[in-house]
Design a protein around this ligand. Sequence first.
Ligand SMILES: Nc1ncnc2c1ncn2[C@@H]1O[C@H](COP(=O)(O)OP(=O)(O)OP(=O)(O)O)[C@@H](O)[C@H]1O
Ligand code: SF4
Ligand SMILES: [Mg+2]
Length: 378
Amino acid sequence: MVDGGDPGPGDLRHGPVPEHPRRRGQHGAQPAPAADRPGPAEGGDTVTATPLLEVEDLHLSYELRDRTVHALQGATLHVGRSEIVGIVGESGSGKSTVARAALGLLPWGVAHITGGAIRVEGADVTRFGPRQWPKLRGHPLAMVFQDPLSFLNPVVRVGRQIAEGVAKHDPGADRTRRVAELLDLVRLPAEVAQSFPHELSGGMRQRVLLAIALGCRPKLLVADEPTTALDVTTQADIIALLRDIRDTLDLSILLISHDLAVVATMCDRIYTMYGGHTVETGPTADVLRRPGHPYTYGLMQSARAVRDEHGRYATIPGQPPNLAVEFPGCPFSGRCPVEVEPCGTRFPPSARVSGAETHLAWCWRLVEQHAGDVAVTA
Ligand SMILES: Nc1ncnc2c1ncn2[C@@H]1O[C@H](COP(=O)(O)OP(=O)(O)OP(=O)(O)O)[C@@H](O)[C@H]1O
Ligand code: SF4
Ligand SMILES: [Mg+2]
């Protein structure tokens, strides 16, 4: 546990219990939880009047030929200006789906938003169609992916690929000079402009992808597992680069990773996702010091490679939930070591975890510990 002592999950003693965002089909329209919406800055949570990106209780399904995958069943997050915000969660928890939904990068005809909202700079983009989404891509939102090769055109020199974004989003700029500036920004030599993607290493390709994204002058850069395919040293370089870029350009970053250590070193705030739900959020230091959700706690134990009494490394026992079934209870139910009575039948409301008003977890155990403090609206 960070900070020496091990408080364990759900050590909750204080604070009001904010209202939970609406659960589809259960409670009708209600606002997002007060503490996950913009308000006065507290506990390192940099917030502004209008966040760049707001995802509110988003429900999204992939309709496949033989089954429906309920990939998002209540995803909630916001990113303010100049923030670095992380999403963590194991494979299949919905991290990429929520990010791709925010950029309209989901397969048309297969992915369906069935509830909730996505707002970009306050504008509701939830029902955007294929012609409207491209207007948001690059500027104000840009994305870099785990596998740059799948994005880069193999037969076009890197400099030209960077220049294409510049031409679209910065038409008055001197393209040659701007390409050189962008390569310098991502710490690549100017000669790289003449290379084809296959002539570059994985780390260099990821930097090229970043240069393309930054050439569009985004306000928010979404980075989906940008370092997962790289060796440890290159990972550290890319993370340091992302942080420097945020400081230099004053943009916001939404960083997606299954690696809590990466997110912990980089992000101002964290969201934990599990089974298509946001299950915890808060300033990074608060979440690491006192995780409120048993799943976040389990992730931390795994990340710190804690060994049990038999010398085995800690993993979270059990399997992730089956997303082909819409489950009315907490998705961690059946796998959770501290399950209580309503867990299997009703999704919990959010409850405040630690000192920061913005540190919330969606867990019945927290709600129980708050009992008597304030009425809970589930
Ligand atoms: N295009 C798609 N078609 C059908 N199902 C999909 C599609 N994309 C994702 N899914 C399913 O949606 C669920 C969430 O997937 P998603 O990729 O968002 O998870 P993730 O948290 O990003 O996982 P990972 O860490 O492995 O990248 C998973 O069950 C996945 O199989
Ligand atoms: S709601 Fe229940 S099952 Fe879910 S994490 Fe909390 S205690 Fe565990
Ligand atoms: Mg993913």
